[in-house]
Design a protein around this ligand. Structure first.
Ligand SMILES: O=P(O)(O)OC[C@H]1O[C@H](O)[C@H](O)[C@@H](O)[C@@H]1O
Length: 548
């Protein structure tokens, strides 16, 4: 497979960008009164408007031609068919099996994985029911009041984001906490508020070797045993979610209290697996199942819709358009919903760990940009912080605006105000304000002409800044599931265009290895290994000051 930027389809897009560079969205809207309608689609409770993009029907056709050139439909089918498309780790990629709510078998090497998936879901349902009904009790006979998920990366960001997002659905009487950082402050501050006799720890780690998680889990175990005295208490207060049964047993967690998942579930795609246990504990198993249903609806769409109608494909291609042709370096995700405050952070791992790659699946170094920097904060807060740069800075930053039509908290006119701000931002980003308009506004406000002339350039906005608006009736488990799956598949489609393996993450290894070396040195109080001058001096300084 040649690099995508060597294909004639890519060359056609390059020529097209030369023409599109100067085209304004204002003109596109003026020329086509049907533009918004023809570029808005409904999917699984989401209404997606991609009309505020610097594209024409021809642009979309040319982008779709690239998608065909990289055989995107065949790759999508390969994923759903359980092929080992994560080639560097020789693994299938089947988060879609975790939420496969149909009767369709999904096979890896001929074996249907669905019975295992169903078995773990049944185990989760049973466990969650027992905790909620007070049948599962702590060592001293107290019912559980607090759950602490100990995990990091994919074993933290997904369940944490979803638990926060579904706060209105939380069952009363059970609080869910997340501890991830190896910084002891995180666990210390969390444990301060808890009663050991009524606390359940979920140790979540795909590998069960991750330094942060194992360190926090050991600290939690010590805390528990200091309070309850008897090592037998561990069995009543710790459960594990992992693919590594021997390591779980070695930690002292009863294998009966282990929830498994499989090597074909990537960490950052794992919230649908038993890694979602804290979600099910927070909102109940039925709500967790609704989350899966929402994702499944999007899975069906991505698998069956023709490319031209396939929303994750279209959104993915729009990202490619800006990244590779318009020289955009980042992509903002701006949820207008406080419950989605961790959605951008969750997507940072989802997207940047997936597509932050510099070689293709064949190991060829690429000479084009791949995954952008993903960032964002909820609106309206962001408007008072960084939107200035999106509006008037020198960089092009495509942005997604996500907003529910109805709030779970319809207090006074808060929500109309939130909605108005969200919609106004996309309008302003698209329309901008010309110099003449800026000048005229100032003069109409009574400013003297010289001052108006001087101020007008500062008040001029280029506009033409692309946004996607994603509306939903309400943030429910189902619409949230659909939203997350939409982004997951968008990431996959972009990775396919760039030719990278979106499912490995070798880039996190080197730092981990070097941290092991330095940890030994810090503990020994002496530098033993080869380091550059800066690192060596920093280690020596730290050693000296920790000794003092
Ligand atoms: O679930 P674990 O095995 O503990 O892994 C937690 C995290 O570790 C690494 O940093 C990986 O880069 C992540 O993809 C993963 O989610």
């Amino acid at each position: 497979m040649p690099l995508v930027n060597r294909t004639p389809q890519w060359a056609a897009l390059e020529r097209h960008w030369d023409r599109m560079r100067a085209v304004s969205m204002r003109d596109l809207f003026a020329a086509d009164p049907q533009r918004a309608q023809s570029m808005t689609r409904e999917l699984a409770g989401l209404r997606i408007d991609f009309s505020k993009h610097r594209v024409t029907a021809e642009t979309l056709e040319l982008l779709l031609a690239v998608a065909h050139a990289v055989e995107l439909p065949a790759w999508i089918e390969r994923m759903f068919a359980g092929e080992r498309i994560n080639t560097t780790e020789h693994r299938a990629v089947l988060h879609v099996a975790l939420r496969n709510r149909s009767q369709r078998p999904i096979r890896v090497d001929g074996e249907d994985v669905m019975p295992q998936v169903e078995a773990v879901l049944a185990q989760m349902r049973d466990f969650v029911g027992r905790v909620h009904e007070g049948q599962w009790r702590g060592f001293t006979g107290e019912p559980i009041r607090d759950v602490v998920n100990i995990g990091i990366g994919g074993s933290n960001l997904g369940p944490k984001m979803v638990c926060e997002a579904l706060t209105p659905y939380h069952r009363p009487g059970l609080r869910v906490h997340f501890v991830s950082n190896v910084d002891a402050t995180h666990i210390t501050e969390t444990l301060k508020t808890l009663d050991p006799a009524r606390t359940l720890f979920v140790v979540a780690s795909k590998t069960f070797t991750t330094q942060e998680t194992m360190t926090n889990a050991r600290t939690a175990r010590r805390w528990l045993l200091e309070a309850l005295g008897d090592p037998a208490a561990v069995a009543d207060h710790f459960v594990a979610v992992s693919t590594n049964a021997p390591a779980v047993a070695e930690f002292g967690i009863d294998p009966a209290n282990m929830f498994v998942f499989w090597d074909w579930v990537g960490g950052r795609y794992s919230l649908w697996s038993a890694i979602g246990l804290p979600i099910a504990l927070a909102v109940g198993f039925e709500r967790f199942a609704e989350l899966l249903n929402g994702a499944h609806a999007v899975d069906k769409h991505v698998r069956t819709a023709p490319l031209a109608e396939n929303l994750p494909v279209i959104l993915g291609l729009l990202g490619v358009w800006y990244t590779n042709f318009a020289d955009a370096h980042s992509h903002a995700v701006l949820p207008y919903d406080q419950y989605l405050k961790s959605f951008p952070a969750y997507l940072q791992q989802g997207d940047m760990e997936s597509n932050g790659k510099h070689v293709t699946r064949d190991g060829v170094v690429v000479d084009y940009q791949t995954g952008p920097v993903i960032w964002g904060e909820p609106g309206t807060d962001g408007q008072h912080a960084f939107y200035q740069l999106i509006h008037q800075g020198t960089r092009l930053i495509p942005a997604d605006f996500i907003v529910p039509i109805h709030s779970h908290n319809e207090t006074d006119d808060h929500h109309p105000k939130l909605l108005a701000n969200c919609l106004a931002q996309t309008e302003a980003l698209m329309r901008g304000r010309t110099l003449a308009e800026a000048r005229a506004e100032l003069l109409a406000a009574g400013m003297d002409p010289a001052r108006a002339e001087a101020l007008a350039p500062h008040r001029q906005f280029d506009g033409n800044r692309p946004t996607t608006t994603i509306l939903m009736e309400r943030l429910t488990p189902e619409t949230l599931g659909a939203l997350i799956a939409l982004y997951e598949h968008r990431i996959f489609c972009q990775g396919l265009v760039w030719g990278v393996n979106s499912f490995d993450q070798w880039g996190v290894e080197l730092g981990k290895q070097l941290a092991g070396v330095i940890l030994d040195e810090l503990k020994a109080g002496a530098v033993a290994a080869e380091h550059d001058g800066s690192t060596r001096a920093l280690i020596e300084h730290v050693v000296h000051h920790r000794r003092a």
